[in-house]
Design a binder for this molecule. Structure first.
Ligand code: G3P
Length: 214
């Protein structure tokens, strides 16, 4: 399973990358806005730090300008993946960009049929937002199960990129279902590493070591 980190914060990216936990990075306009720095500077810094797919989202919502914006973003670095929202004009842009060899991550996906449409349009990745479905008492992870089944049924190359991950259980269930990628906030990455018995066991080892020195 590939781990992408879901942040535009370069310090978080560097720390997670130092642990080997970063196969790629996803950003979106909200994550970029949090950093208070120019968009292009952030993306360039991320591309310099991580040698993997870096998702940068267009702001346009009209096909022609999405395509133009996507080409400009793709020109920043060879690893840039263009994030396009799951709207009709976004499918026109996805088809156009992917047919020119520019990888697209179709985002804001909330249903299995949206995921099927995005794959048919040529998306390299599709981002189902599981946390936001959970927030509405829908089963976010059911969407992942449906997507993995549909994509396997028809041998789509499109990768399931589980997004809106809110806790380690999302990552566990995604891995059990065979999702290709999970894009994970830094805080969840750290939670995935922790266990109270690890802390307790380490403390006991160190205490016994100290005793043995006396
Ligand atoms: O990659 C999409 C993700 O950033 C959205 O997460 O928690 O705002 O639903 P969230």
């Amino acid at each position: 399973m590939k781990f992408f980190i879901d942040t535009a914060n370069i310090d978080e990216i560097k720390e997670a990358n130092s642990m080997g936990m970063v196969d790629g990075v996803t950003t979106n306009p909200s994550l970029i806005a949090k950093e208070g720095r120019p968009f292009e500077d952030i993306i360039k810094d991320i591309c310099a730090e991580v040698d993997g797919p870096i998702s940068a989202e267009v702001i346009s919502t009209e096909a022609k300008s999405m395509i133009e914006e996507g080409k400009k973003l793709a020109a920043i670095h060879k690893n840039i993946v263009i994030k396009i929202p799951m709207i009709p004009d976004g499918m026109i842009a996805t088809r156009a960009l992917s047919s020119e060899g520019i990888p697209v991550n179709v985002t804001l996906v909330f249903s299995p049929l949206q995921a099927l449409v995005a794959a048919k349009a040529g998306a390299a990745y599709v981002s189902p937002f599981v946390g936001r479905l959970d927030d509405l008492a829908n089963e976010g992870m059911l969407l992942i199960e449906q997507m993995v089944t549909i994509y396997n049924n028809y041998a789509f190359d499109t990768e399931v990129l589980v997004a809106s991950v809110r806790n380690p259980l999302h990552v566990l269930e995604a891995a059990m279902m065979g999702a290709d990628v999970a894009t994970i906030p830094f805080g969840v990455i750290k939670k995935m590493m922790g266990h109270p018995l690890t802390d307790k066991g380490l403390a006991a080892f160190l205490a016994d070591y100290e005793k043995s020195k006396k």
